[in-house]
Design a binder for this molecule. Structure first.
Ligand code: SAH
Length: 243
């Protein structure tokens, strides 16, 4: 089955962009995913093809009009009726690997890219749209966020990644950061690879990796660690013990 990506944007030339190369590019050639872009401007109704207007209440910048956006969304929904519609906005819920996994398992995704000061808020009442943020940063447009989300979905599609395991040992897949990685040379600028990784003892290596994964998550991402231990305590106090 082909994962259908539909992107609503004022800059369709930005797609597939970097997704033309490497893993995603090969997968596109192999039709493991497909790409449609919708030019939001095509849904403007005046002769100047206006898509934005000044913010109600005043202030800097321009706001994308709800009527134009709705027409573009309605068109995209006809192209892929079963795909969820995501709007890129720093006001949205931060994207997670768990949500990426759900999306990748589905028929595809429709992504609405903002520009200027963003969207007329009424679009989120008027259409079923999931507001998604890439993180606590402000981009100049939703396109790089859409590319990042697509990339994350595509690498999980069946047949796209080489080793079937490499998707499941990754950072965030078990709520933790991945353990650190090393490769040859064995010694670089006087620094060596941890001895245990050269021991060939798979149980010891697994134990070392688990420990580093936990230690690093605790020190680097206390937010993830808290959620992880919270989830663990909850399942331990429930009927089913996981440890
Ligand atoms: N005035 C808005 C920012 C607009 S930035 C605010 O302060 O919330 C212009 C566009 O870039 C947005 O409409 C959105 O589509 C995109 N964008 C910016 N930062 C983003 C982020 N962290 N995640 C997803 N999209 C983002």
């Amino acid at each position: 089955m082909t994962f259908a990506a539909t992107i609503l944007t004022l800059y369709p030339e930005m797609f597939p962009g970097p997704l033309r190369l490497s893993l995603a590019g090969r997968a596109l050639e192999e039709q493991r995913w497909s790409l449609d872009t919708v030019q939001i401007r095509d849904f403007a109704t005046d002769k100047h093809r206006t898509v934005d207007d000044t913010p109600a209440g005043g202030g800097a910048g321009m706001v994308l009009r709800a009527d134009v956006l709705a027409a573009a969304i309605d068109h995209a929904r006809q192209l892929s009726p079963k795909s969820p519609v995501l709007a890129m906005t720093p006001r949205g819920r931060p994207m997670t690997q768990a949500r990426i996994r759900e999306l990748a398992a589905g028929p595809g995704v429709t992504i609405l890219c903002g520009r200027f000061e963003g969207f007329d808020e009424r679009i989120f009442d008027g259409r079923a749209v999931e507001e998604v943020s890439l993180g606590d940063i402000v981009l100049s447009g939703g396109e790089p966020a859409a590319l990042a989300i697509l990339d994350a979905c595509i690498r999980l599609l069946p047949g796209v990644m080489g080793a079937p395991d490499s998707g499941t040992e990754e950072s965030f897949e078990n709520g933790l950061l991945e353990y650190p990685q090393f490769t040859r040379p064995q010694e670089w600028e006087g620094r060596t690879i941890p001895e245990v990784l050269r021991s060939g003892d798979h149980a010891k290596i697994a134990a070392w990796r688990k420990q580093r994964s936990e230690d690093d998550t605790r020190s680097r991402r206390p937010d993830l660690w808290e959620r992880h231990t919270g989830a663990r305590d909850q399942s331990a106090s429930g009927a089913r013990h996981e440890d």
